[in-house]
Design a protein around this ligand. Structure first.
Ligand code: PEP
Length: 248
């Protein structure tokens, strides 16, 4: 499968940055096998219509599990689908932490995406305490299985998982390639225990940059990357995409 690069802008960016990033990475996505997805703040997603002629794909950063209603500030999967958004981050650790998103909410959001044909990028990851207690694999497997146990197995191949150790997000301290490999392998194993023969794609996220991406991508079970901070600089992000594309 082609490698995947997902940029997570979080609550950052501008129309100008969108222009610059598209300019840098569009030709690249066309010329290589890598798929480039930009997860933009909801406010910018309607701007992506102007880039329909590019190879770039778009993601929401969050979605509500209901299709409409009295939920001020929320965005539904129906709305994302209407804008032609093909992907959505679900259960990012910042939402689990700051917006009290539970595993059950992550499941409901994943289902809402799948119903509309939006591919969920389900984020899992242990925090530092959990890692130090030797519970990393247990935590990420639980977060993944909550989702896989409750969706139709036929839809499971649409899900992509992002392993994002909380201690590596925005800290400049990426997981070692060995740690990433160990966790990705465990996630794929757990996935197959639930959905037979599932070829789960697992991205690594957490302080990915142009200097460490190549080594991370060299691990057999790292199928792509989710890039936060380093996706906010157009040329640097291009260099990351180039290296991911060159890794296959
Ligand atoms: C993220 O939050 O999805 C992320 C990967 O952030 P960063 O690359 O900045 O660590």
């Amino acid at each position: 499968v082609d490698p995947l690069v997902v940029a997570n802008w979080k609550m950052n960016g501008s129309e100008q940055l969108l222009q610059a990033v598209v300019q840098q990475v569009d030709g690249l996505a066309e010329a290589t096998s890598a798929t480039v997805v930009l997860a933009l703040p909801a406010a910018y997603l309607s701007l992506t219509k102007a880039f329909d002629n590019t190879q770039i794909e778009w993601a929401g950063q969050n979605v509500h599990w209901l299709t409409s209603g009295a939920y001020t500030g929320e965005v539904s999967a129906t709305m994302l689908a209407e804008l032609g958004v093909g992907w959505c981050l679900v259960g990012h650790s910042e939402r689990r932490q700051h917006c009290a998103e539970t595993d059950d909410m992550v499941l409901a959001k994943t289902k809402a995406c799948l119903e509309l044909g939006i591919r969920p990028i389900v984020c899992v990851g242990e925090n530092l305490q959990e890692r130090q207690a030797g519970k990393a694999l247990e935590v990420v497997s639980r977060q993944l299985l909550v989702v896989l146990k409750d969706i139709p197995s036929a839809l499971a191949p649409l899900i992509v998982v992002a392993y994002e150790p909380v201690w590596a997000i925005g800290t400049g301290e990426e997981a070692s390639p060995e740690i990433a490999q160990e966790v990705h392998e465990a996630l794929k194993h757990a996935a197959r225990s639930e959905v037979k023969a599932l070829e789960l794609r697992v991205l690594y996220g957490g302080s990915v940059n142009e200097d460490n991406v190549k080594t991370l991508m060299s691990m057999p079970d790292v199928d792509g990357v989710l890039v936060g901070g380093a996706s906010l600089e157009a040329l640097g992000f291009r260099r990351i995409c180039e290296q991911v594309a060159g890794s296959v």
